[in-house]
Design a protein around this ligand. Structure first.
Ligand SMILES: [Zn+2]
Length: 621
């Protein structure tokens, strides 16, 4: 928990939260037009809407949107709206309210930070090792490959390219001589574990590409095999310093180009060729499809992205999936202000090939002719439904209607439908009607699946310990507890960690329950303690804010105590009912003996306790 705070002392965070009311912080971005009780409503800044479903609670000091279901406290609001990290949001609020943040004194954070520094140090040494090998006689094969791809020595040096010799422990010995310990090496992502537990070089006989973070520090490597072996490319696994979903190759160079636009291609070699040709705003995703996190990252550095996808079938499928994610995200939260378009290299070439053959000028023309996402999808649908000279109009119609239903902007939708109408020879209106139908069907099926999920959830949980799920009752219990303050000491029965589902919910309970009854047990601390968790596939802070916003009616101590106890017993009933079922199943077919007797006793105790709970609940009504 401590490391979430980036070393900022807890009491300082609480002071910052206390000095920045939800109303004043959110009020800079949202105009409140409606008030009901303690809540104020306005148009949501995270998704587009005509009627206000975004709300703040001045008593609970939280926000929650009933439309897009985002929620949290002032810090989370700033993180979302300014697209900044947790620590940055705190710093911003501190500045605005004149709170000074003391130097970090969080031991765990400092320990982690020290470890990360050591790993980065090892990665930098590794890059030097690879570079020296590239320049040595051993690197001749790799050098001639670069020559073949027309990469200059200057470029190779600028991007820190290197060569990993075909040895099992070459790098491992090199780094150990520099004083790095085995466990540090194993955490760096450059090694696998050998039979004796020793670090074994992961990259062997490969051309090496260091991967930098936006600050220009080496955080990982990619390696291309020399010759015909498989796999062609491998990348470092995730490590304490590297997450492929949060980084883009060459962003450190591209951000320095200060262009309003970033170009996203697929491979390392594409990026390097482009930079060499003077296209200095190119980056690559690291062997993975573009994710929402990538979009967040891009949004910090640019206003517009142009995507290039490989023109082969796999590349095209990846493109459609990526674009669906982008459209979907646009629909969910207008927070995505990025302009996205898609470009196509003529004749099915790679950007790398094309730029070597035709130069940067011709490439810029390709970039300039990039299409809006919808147009690209329409085009792609046509290609997918064309086989030689045969055009399958029916599949085409189905496909375009699906794609069009991803578009929420009615004008863009109509414009694209217009293009389709000329292909199919039908009116634009009939296409729009069909799209509306497709959209409705999709919504209906989504709703059904959600309902089904909630209904079967407890059932599923009794057989597996699904790490991320929690029942509504547990969530409400947690929220009620957070509202109790000092009344907690008057709660007749106290919650236990085991009342909460295994996985995320239990980790939260472990951290949070000991704080109850102290000043640190309030709602804000609950949001703080859970801010990086995911419950039921949603951010914990969103789920908890929703729960806070919808849990009403418990304003005085007496009713709060009654509600909390009621939910505690409900949750516990669930736990013990599952236990009863499990014990009964065990008992079935168990041979006679002391084990059976013990299980029988356990079952009896469980049933007695269930009876007690039932009586308690009845007496409260
Ligand atoms: Zn919203």
């Amino acid at each position: 928990m401590a490391s979430h705070y980036g070393g900022i002392p807890e009491d300082v965070i609480q002071e910052i939260i206390a000095r920045n009311s939800i109303e004043s912080v959110v009020g800079k971005y949202v105009q409140f037009t409606k008030r009901t009780g303690q809540n104020q409503f306005g148009l949501c800044p995270f998704h587009s809407e005509d009627t206000p479903s975004f709300s703040i609670s001045t008593t609970k000091q939280i926000y929650y949107c009933f439309g897009c279901h985002k929620g949290g406290n002032v810090i989370h609001f700033l993180m979302e709206i300014e697209n900044i990290g947790y620590v940055d949001a705190i710093k911003l609020l501190a500045e605005q309210s004149g709170v000074t943040i003391p130097e970090s004194n969080d031991e765990e954070y400092q320990r982690e930070e020290k470890k990360r520094k050591r790993i980065k140090g090892a990665l930098l040494e590794a890059a030097r090792y690879f570079y020296a090998n590239l320049m040595s006689p051993r690197g001749e094969g790799a050098r001639s490959y670069l020559q073949k791809r027309a990469i200059s020595t200057k470029m190779a040096r600028g991007f820190g390219l290197g060569y990993a010799p075909d040895e099992w422990e070459g790098l491992s010995h090199f780094l150990k001589d520099k004083g790095y310990r085995d466990e540090e090496l194993l955490e760096s992502g450059l090694f696998t574990k050998g039979k004796r537990g020793q670090p074994v070089d992961l990259f062997r006989g490969r051309l090496m590409f260091p991967i930098f973070n936006p600050m220009g520090e080496i955080i990982a490597f990619g390696g291309r095999i020399m010759g015909d072996g498989q796999p062609k490319y491998i990348n470092s696994p995730e490590s304490p310093v590297y997450s492929k979903q949060k980084n883009l190759y060459a962003l450190n160079f591209a951000k320095a180009s200060c262009k309003k636009q970033l170009i996203i291609v697929e491979g390392y070699m594409d990026v390097i060729s482009m930079h060499q040709a003077g296209v200095k705003n190119a980056v690559a995703s690291l062997g993975t499809a573009l994710t929402e996190r990538h979009l967040d990252l891009l949004g910090r550095y640019t206003e517009e992205v142009v995507l290039f996808y490989d023109s082969d079938k796999a590349g095209q499928n990846a493109a459609i999936r990526g674009l669906k994610m982008i459209m979907h995200r646009k629909q969910k939260q207008s927070g995505l202000a990025l302009k996205v378009s898609v470009a196509k290299v003529p004749n099915g070439k790679d950007p790398d090939e094309f730029i070597r053959e035709f130069g940067a000028g011709a490439f810029q023309e390709v970039v300039d002719s990039a299409m809006p996402v919808m147009d690209y999808l329409m085009d792609s649908a046509k290609l997918q439904c064309t086989n030689g000279k045969k055009f399958d109009a029916q599949s085409y119609q189905m496909l375009v209607c699906e794609y069009l239903s991803w578009e929420t902007n009615l004008i863009s939708r109509e414009r694209a439908a217009n293009l389709v109408s000329s292909v199919l020879g039908v009116s634009t209106q009939s296409i729009l009607n069909q799209v509306a139908l497709a959209g409705k069907e999709r919504k209906a099926s989504e709703v059904i699946s959600v309902e089904r999920k909630t209904r079967t959830q407890t059932e599923v949980k009794s057989t597996h310990n699904l790490g991320e799920t929690a029942t509504n009752d547990e969530l409400i219990l947690l929220v009620l507890l957070s509202m109790m303050g000092s009344s907690y000491s008057n709660l007749f029965d106290k919650p236990l960690v085991t009342d909460f589902s295994m996985g995320t919910m239990r980790s939260i309970a472990k951290e949070y329950l000991p704080l109850l009854g102290t000043p640190e047990g309030d709602t804000n601390h609950l949001l703080e303690a859970t801010h990086e968790y995911v419950i039921n596939k949603r951010l914990a802070r969103d789920v908890i804010s929703e729960c806070l916003m919808t849990t009403t009616g418990a304003h005085d101590e007496k009713s709060l105590l009654r509600y909390a106890l009621d939910y505690l017993y409900r949750v516990r009933m669930d736990v013990y009912t599952r236990q009863k079922k499990r014990l009964a199943e065990q008992l079935d077919g168990m041979p006679n003996g002391p084990d059976k007797e013990a299980t029988k006793k356990g079952l009896l105790d469980t049933m007695n306790y269930l009876k007690y709970l039932q009586e308690q609940m009845k007496s409260m009504r």
